[in-house]
Design a protein around this ligand. Structure first.
Ligand SMILES: Nc1ncnc2c1ncn2[C@@H]1O[C@H](COP(=O)(O)OP(=O)(O)O)[C@@H](O)[C@H]1O
Ligand code: SF4
Ligand SMILES: [Mg+2]
Length: 480
């Protein structure tokens, strides 16, 4: 692992919640998974897909941690690592204080009862040749457990618990709708009364009308059974509904983690800000009005050779030289709110001396002032103690004698002055122009994050071979 990742490890406690109990249910430290890329008959290793590259976070008993990010950023891999369906390349996973990182299948068997996974695909994760009674009973069979009253009675109780008719015990998966199948998957995951449930995009394959029902079911079950969730989603509206805390992932790393309300009210990482700006606001008053959307250009870079420094620098409108060269550590910039950014939003600039942007703003964007001083940001600037310290690094727009707030303001004014140096990578505020003016930008406006999973199959070169459980393999692998 690279040096900056170690930096991040040092900052790992920052990712924990401020009032975390002394014993989190799940503690992940510097977790990594590099899938080797091999070539030739001898399967010589020629590279690695750095699917997960240094994650650190805690999950407290009873809470829901939401994990969001674009397709291919390593969310599913993270889910499979913490449930130990995949063997980590590095880092540690502790469950109830026990290090389970490299436990064998046999050692993991008792642990399987406590940690369960709900899979994304309600069609692929149920064996079509088994009745739903048989599917929900699989965990009992694999664990050699006979519940009180017998397996059949317990399975019927579970079916009822998830809102299915217990009389349908003998029916086959094809006789159920997508939402009902996902309920069957949930019943199977709950069979052994787990403590932690990792749900990988539990509703993204369902119709929107059904999504709310399944989300509400997960919510109710959490209250009823005292479950702890890690819920993975690319849909920020789902995540907002279910999560207590949210971790935002980009290219195998957590770039921001915070309480839900703090994250939505004042996102610090530019990537989070861009993701949030893509969430449609159902407000008729805003129809035809200005939109605050930030349009991220380009695809997520390849995890085989991620960009140097900050991995987001190739798409970030605030990127400066330090972003290209130095990976920002994940540090706590407000209570319980950690971010990995040299120039965060809504928080003091971590590298105020570095004012030369890699990509200067085009005129129209400069007019729209995409990173215009906002009250919260202005406050953060005021809080900054020292003046910009590296005179050599300053541009003409930032006189040496200026105080930090002035320097910041000047830096922000700079794009307007340098408007003619228009780059391609600058995100554009939809506010800057009506949609009709820039048809080329339109595809980007279509919720890049929210739809990424379905829209960019090419972003998944390996097609998730391990990620798509087939038949009862899902249960088998999670249970065995
Ligand atoms: N078994 C595998 N072998 C090789 N690469 C994989 C494997 N599983 C996932 N990947 C790659 O790891 C990256 C992260 O994948 P994944 O965790 O599925 O992302 P997400 O769930 O966020 O879409 C992707 O580039 C994907 O192609
Ligand atoms: S400002 Fe720099 S460190 Fe922050 S997200 Fe952008 S590129 Fe990364
Ligand atoms: Mg996934």
């Amino acid at each position: 692992m690279s040096e900056p990742t170690k930096q991040e490890t040092n900052a790992a406690p920052a990712a924990a919640a401020p009032n975390s109990s002394p014993e989190p249910l799940l503690r992940v430290t510097d977790l990594a998974k590099h899938f080797p890329i091999t070539k030739g008959l001898l399967k010589r290793k020629v590279g690695a897909v750095k699917a997960v590259d240094g994650l650190s976070f805690d999950v407290r008993p009873g809470e829901t941690l939401g994990v969001v990010g674009e397709s291919g950023c390593g969310k599913s891999t993270m889910g499979r690592l913490v449930t130990r369906l995949l063997e980590p390349t590095g880092g540690t996973v502790e469950f109830e204080g026990r290090d389970i990182t490299h436990m064998s299948t046999g050692q993991m068997r008792p642990m399987r009862r406590d940690v369960q996974m709900i899979f994304q695909d309600p069609y692929g994760s149920l064996n079509p040749r088994h009745t739903i009674g048989g599917i929900v009973a699989t965990p009992f069979r694999l664990q050699g457990v006979t519940p009180d009253g017998g397996v059949k009675k317990e399975v019927q109780r579970l079916l009822e618990l998830v809102g299915l008719n217990p009389e349908h015990y003998n029916r086959y998966p094809h006789e159920f709708s997508g939402g009902q199948r996902q309920r069957i998957g949930i019943a199977r995951a709950l069979a052994l009364k787990p403590k932690l449930v990792v749900a990988d995009e539990p509703v993204s394959a369902l119709d929107v009308s059904i999504q709310a029902q399944v989300v509400n079911l997960l919510d109710d079950l959490q209250d009823e059974l005292g479950l702890t969730y890690v819920i993975i989603a690319h849909d920020l509206s789902v995540i907002r509904h279910v999560s207590d805390r949210i971790a935002v992932m980009y290219l195998g790393k957590i770039v921001e983690i915070a309480d839900r309300d703090a994250l939505y009210a004042s996102p610090m990482h530019p990537y989070t800000k861009a993701l949030l700006s893509a969430v449609p606001v159902p407000d008729p008053k805003r129809r035809g009005g200005k939109s605050d959307r930030i349009l991220l250009k380009g695809d997520v870079p390849s995890p085989i050779s991620p960009p140097s420094g900050c991995r987001f620098h190739t798409r970030c409108w605030k990127a400066t030289e330090v972003c290209r060269t130095t990976e920002p550590p994940l540090i706590q910039l407000a209570p319980g709110h950690s971010t990995a950014c040299h120039h965060p939003e809504n928080a003091p600039d971590q590298q105020p001396q570095d004012t030369v942007k890699l990509l200067d703003a085009p005129a129209k964007v400069a007019e729209a002032k995409p990173v215009d001083a906002k009250p919260a940001e202005a406050k953060a600037v005021e809080a900054k103690p020292a003046a910009a310290e590296a005179p050599g690094a300053k541009t003409a727009a930032v006189p040496e004698q200026k105080s930090a707030p002035q320097a910041e303001a000047a830096a922000k004014a700079e794009p307007a002055k340098a408007a003619e140096k228009a780059p391609a990578g600058e995100p554009e505020k939809a506010a800057a122009k009506p949609d009709a003016e820039e048809p080329a930008a339109k595809p980007d406006t279509e919720e890049p994050a929210a739809k990424a999973d379905t829209e960019k199959p090419a972003a998944k070169p390996a097609d998730e071979p391990a990620a798509k459980p087939s038949g009862d393999d899902a249960a088998g692998s999670s249970e065995d």
